[in-house]
Design a protein. Structure first.
Length: 136
């Protein structure tokens, strides 16, 4: 039973990180400078999931590991704003290429996955309680 709780808990942690990453993307949708103040648009981040390596090799149920990666393939979105401080010589400002609607859909999906892990934890607890009632 504890293994099932560990697996679901690792899923909760991974989905929480996914929500945090999505929130960061939405918060930086108009960020045109890097932390040092250089004109460089924010790069979208995304989370990749994989099975825990040690558990997957043993043949038992495996939890979730995650990694936050930077999407370097997305080209910046150029907007003509000649008066902007980060405008280039042609008057274009490089904004992050973040689709807010796509991020919102990803957030809804992460929320549903989080809820599914909570349901799995609740079912594990319920099965444990039923087992104790049968024994007692």
């Amino acid at each position: 039973m504890f293994k099932a709780l560990d697996i679901s808990t690792s899923g909760l942690v991974a989905q929480r990180q996914r929500m945090n990453t999505i929130s960061g993307n939405i918060a930086n949708v108009n960020t045109t400078v890097d932390p040092d103040g250089n004109a460089s648009p924010y790069q979208r981040r995304y989370v990749t999931f994989m099975a825990e390596k040690e558990q997957a090799r043993s043949g038992n149920g495996a939890g979730v590991e995650y990694r936050v990666e930077v999407d370097n393939s997305a080209k910046p979105r150029l907007v003509h704003q000649p008066g902007h401080p980060q405008a280039n010589e042609n008057g274009y400002v490089a904004y992050p290429n973040i689709n807010v609607i796509q991020e919102y859909v990803n957030a809804m999906e992460a929320n549903r996955a989080y809820e599914a892990n909570i349901s799995a934890i609740e079912m594990s607890k319920e099965m444990s309680n039923l087992g104790l009632r049968i024994l007692g």
